[in-house]
Design a protein around this ligand. Structure first.
Ligand code: FMN
Length: 210
């Protein structure tokens, strides 16, 4: 645990990446695993993730992210795109997957299907979109912690234009929309933020121990 907390202290929102240092394929695969294993409400994983190392695509995304240098200097850009709506087809695919993996008859999942239809599919689209994005943020958190564990630097980012990102990624006509992004790579020695003290609420302000 001590080591885990040390790594969380080591992590900071990296402002300046070293453009020469790239993630290895093993490192990328570990980060993908941390996203794949993320918890999500009911396990519905209502998002997909674009993993971008292509320099041309990163350069196109940069102006749509207020020209933040992380977009092009970092080795990889992760774009978490949430579903805009969750329909019956999506639910059926999810139930099929449970049925296959756990060897359960699909008709034995009808109770779950009814519950998810009421709780998710029949909800207003705006609520579904917000809910999907919340789930994507959990995966973002896992990515940041896993990266810190591997001594990989990251910067979570909301400073981007989702509509422009969707256009560049070619998803604007689909059921996905960019929710949040993270850049990953290795810090530049010149990044002064790595020396800044962490600013956090005091425990007394943050926690209510009951
Ligand atoms: C959801 C989210 C969005 C953020 N957006 C940006 C961003 O667009 N650009 C940036 O440089 N930092 C961004 N940050 C980094 C935060 O400013 C940073 O995490 C916070 O100040 C705490 O500092 P630390 O992470 O270095 O400990 C974001 C962080 C989060 C969690």
């Amino acid at each position: 645990m001590e080591n885990y907390i040390e790594n969380l202290n080591w992590r900071y929102a990296t402002k300046k990446f070293n453009p020469e240092k790239k993630l290895s394929e093993d490192e990328v695969q570990s980060l993908l695993k941390s996203i794949q294993l993320s918890a999500s409400s009911y396990g519905l994983q209502p998002y997909e993730v674009f993993v971008i190392s292509d320099e041309e695509t990163k350069a196109k995304l940069k102006p749509a992210a207020w020209n933040q240098s992380q977009l092009t200097d970092a080795s990889h850009v992760f774009v978490f795109a949430g579903l805009k709506k969750i329909d019956e087809n999506y639910l059926d695919a999810y139930l099929d997957n449970i049925s296959k993996i756990r060897d359960i008859q699909i008709q034995d999942l009808s109770g779950l299907k009814n519950m998810l239809t009421t709780n998710i599919v029949e909800q207003p689209e705006a609520n579904q979109k917000t809910w999907a994005q919340k789930q994507a943020y959990i995966a973002l958190g896992n990515l940041l912690s896993a990266a810190a564990h591997l001594k990989i630097d990251t910067c979570p980012m909301e400073g981007f234009d989702a509509q422009k990102f969707d256009e560049i990624l070619g998803i604007n006509e689909t059921n996905l929309t960019s929710a949040v992004i993270a850049t990953a790579g290795f810090r530049s020695e010149e990044d002064q933020m790595q020396h800044a003290k962490k600013v956090r609420k005091q425990k007394e302000e943050l926690f209510h121990i009951i």
